[in-house]
Design a protein. Structure first.
Lengths: 348, 348
């Protein structure tokens, strides 16, 4: 094997798990299942660790937690800054917790590492919810890349489910690729929008409303009610031109006021209606299976690509090939063949 | 090298082109550049050939044609069946040809192989345009997969440009992935829509209107005019919520009647305005460069993936790994590592 050969190797522990790792993982998973938020928090910290020495234990913890996972409803919530995500999540979360539902609130937001303070950076934003015994709040993992955040968020969901949380709220800010990422790990996707004179709505990223199982126009209180009602009608028209993300489920457009606590229950009833519908149609189970398989394919494609572009042969040829292509002296098809040739010779 | 190692090898002819192939390619490119439609047609047939014996010559033809290519404006045109694509292209094409502009009409439509007769399957659909000396019409390549169609369509554009065509109209039907594919190979993307009682518009595929540099509501004639005008206003509202595909260019919504030849010139003036704008802003050149690089990346990713899933080690492990993942006994992250391990051991 040359130095440039692919670098993916399954640790020995994966094929034949180290008994000590298995035993430690069992303790951790028991702690998680006991319902202790402290144990759950520590287990998530382990999952989020980038230290190679934690990798085998983290994987074993997820493996042992998996049989206890899968029972929640996973709800993605997005919206531009200012759309009132925190106050909505607090209002919804408190309502559910007081009814005996256990609610976990997670954040997926790669930008939070840049200290933009966008998502749950400050737990005090949800003061009331934090005090609920039935609630667990976890800020965004501090990994720099979205790929890493994705892995950790999915596995954090598994741990929260194993800990008995009934509802997993996955919050994201409407930037970059994060909505698509969250959409791919939840059962139901809720988009929060604010009504306004029209221009405020331009903050919505292209394509986000297409991902919505329901659109919720926030801040429907006081003299803002006519505007939220107009926005509701308008977005119902816009949705008319889009294919619903969940086959057979027509996305709803609702309004709510988190301040006056109006429309929160109605919004949750839509989620429950969706859950009933998708369990009955079989979509729920099939969608989760497909999400897992898609995720595996995404990770594989990404690793194949990473290995390819890290490859010494490929990397050394690319600048010259790129130059020739952009100057019109080399066709793209030929460029691809030459790059593959540069890559594969290292495996000979 | 084991039997399962990657199978990509640059033919010797690519590294040191066979002088005979170079000479034959030169003849073909000279024929194309002479302006003879027969020579152009034959060259495209060569490009479209799936026969391995034609591959080296086809690549050399494209390579030699490249320096003469790139001078046209490439316009993608899509719309659901019944939106009037053929009559619009005929009206626009005849107008341009009679003014001395040379127009090539290509089709990208993987479904045409299924004899749906959707795109240019019958040249007689454009009887008038076919008779124009300045026009070249080419139906969809008969390759089964969209990937193959993409390669051939992009290289067909190169040949048409080398043959001196000023305007390349790339037609596609609004199904599957074909609009995104066409969007990625043109400068300007035109979406044709029909007005109606509302429900007719649901035939538009999700996301297609997001790709539009301009929306053209067709059949604005007779008592249909109020409906097309209402649709124009409605789509202008919908576009308001979408990010324009070309930065700095706000998509227009126009109406036209191909039958009464109204609005055709106005539609073309928008394309010309776009060309002037995007040349001035530098977007035109940058976009073409980026399209080429993106295409190379797409082809590479696809080939990496194809090799991976064809790999004997990967293929033999996948059913068992998939079963374990879906039963919740194996985490997706571990599955990815195990699959990579199964893949890479063949390169050791």
């Amino acid at each position: 094997m040359t130095a440039e050969a692919p670098v993916f190797h399954t640790p020995a522990s994966l094929r034949e798990p180290d008994p000590e790792v298995v035993a430690r993982a069992r303790e951790i998973v028991e702690g998680v299942r006991s319902g202790s938020r402290m144990h759950l928090g520590r287990a998530i910290t382990l999952i989020e660790s980038n230290a190679p020495k934690h990798a085998a234990l983290a994987e074993e913890v997820v493996r042992q937690a998996l049989p206890y996972a899968g029972q929640s409803i996973r709800v993605g919530i997005t919206g531009v800054p200012g759309a009132g995500k925190s106050t909505f999540i607090e209002a919804l979360g408190c309502m559910l917790c007081r009814e005996g539902t256990r609610v976990a609130v997670l954040a997926v937001d790669p930008s939070s590492t840049l200290s933009r303070g966008s998502v749950l950076g400050d737990k005090t934003r949800m003061e009331m919810l934090c005090r609920e015994d039935n609630c667990f709040i976890r800020p965004s993992p501090s990994s720099g890349t979205l790929g890493g955040v994705t892995r950790k968020s999915r596995e954090t969901i598994v741990l929260c489910e194993a800990a008995g949380y009934d509802v997993i709220l996955v919050e994201t800010v409407g930037v970059g690729q994060s909505e698509t990422t969250v959409r791919s790990m939840v059962d139901f996707f809720l988009v929060l929008l604010i009504a306004g004179a029209g221009d405020e709505l331009q903050g919505i990223k292209k394509g986000v409303i297409e991902l919505a199982d329901t659109i919720l126009i926030t801040k429907a209180d006081g003299n803002n009610i006519p505007r939220t009602e107009a926005a509701r009608v308008e977005f119902a028209r816009v949705l008319h031109y889009l294919t619903p993300p969940t086959p057979g489920w027509n996305p709803k457009v609702l309004t709510c006021s988190s301040l006056e606590h109006k429309g929160i229950r109605e919004a949750w009833e839509v989620v429950e209606g969706f859950r009933d519908f998708s369990h009955a149609s079989g979509h729920f189970v099939e969608n989760r299976k497909q999400q897992t398989l898609d995720w595996i394919e995404d990770m594989l494609s990404q690793q194949l690509w990473d290995d390819f572009i890290r490859n010494e042969g490929t990397r050394s040829r690319w600048p010259e090939i790129k130059r020739q292509v952009l100057e019109g002296n080399l066709s793209a098809t030929t460029a691809v063949k030459q790059l593959f040739n540069a890559y594969t010779i290292h495996h000979d």
